[in-house]
Design a binder for this molecule. Structure first.
Ligand code: ZN
Length: 206
């Protein structure tokens, strides 16, 4: 791609670093910004910078948060003894949208995936196991996507907490295999949380 301006080229190259954005799309977006009032670009960059600089991970559940402890963990109306284990913030958002879950979350930050070089120590598994050891947990709900990595991660966690007197369950597998939670429709996802099954049952199927 030949550019008439180095500044334009630089902006396009940076934009094209984003996933799913090729050079052509990047060029279209940059030219769009050029046609808009300068303020639009300013608001965009300010929002991105503020997010990048100021966002925190909740001390308790590790979800993305503006405060040290997120709104869900701070909410006294939620059941803090029921913890739903998810991969990332998109899953929290998907489950929150169903309005069917009144417990709290534990965000792992990914799944165990040796191929991608992600081991248990890179995830927040230890802090989850600590919560169970402290005796404050009644039920853990495994809500990772039903992929091989999801199953591996579930089982790894299950092995560490199975001797503690807590309930373990998994969301019903109505969600198509391989689908990420965030893509499941709200009704299906909501139902699968309400109709969750004992975790041991999911082991027998595999
Ligand atoms: Zn939290």
């Amino acid at each position: 791609m030949e550019f008439s301006s180095k500044l334009l080229e630089k902006a396009v190259n940076e934009m094209a670093q984003l996933p799913g954005i090729g050079k052509r799309t990047a060029l279209r977006l940059v030219l769009h910004l050029l046609k808009q009032p300068k303020d639009q670009t300013r608001f965009l960059t300010q929002a991105l910078m503020a997010m990048r600089e100021e966002i925190k991970l909740c001390k308790s559940c590790h979800n993305i948060s503006d405060a040290e402890v997120c709104d869900i963990c701070q909410n006294p109306k939620r059941n803090h003894h029921i913890i739903c284990i998810v991969e990332d913030v998109r899953d929290v958002m998907a489950i929150e949208n169903t309005n069917q879950f009144k417990g709290v979350y534990h965000v792992l930050g990914g799944k165990i995936s040796p191929i991608d070089g992600v081991g248990p120590s890179q995830l927040t598994i230890n802090s989850l196991v600590d919560k169970v050891k402290q005796g404050d947990v009644e039920e853990l709900i495994f809500a990772l996507s039903p992929t091989m990595e999801g199953d591996t991660t579930n089982f790894y966690i299950f092995k560490q907490i199975k001797d503690y007197p807590i309930k373990t369950s998994t969301i019903a597998r109505g969600i198509a295999v391989g689908d990420e939670l965030e893509y499941a429709d709200e009704v299906t996802l909501g139902r699968s949380i309400l109709n969750r099954v004992p975790f041991e049952n999911s082991l027998k199927n595999t």
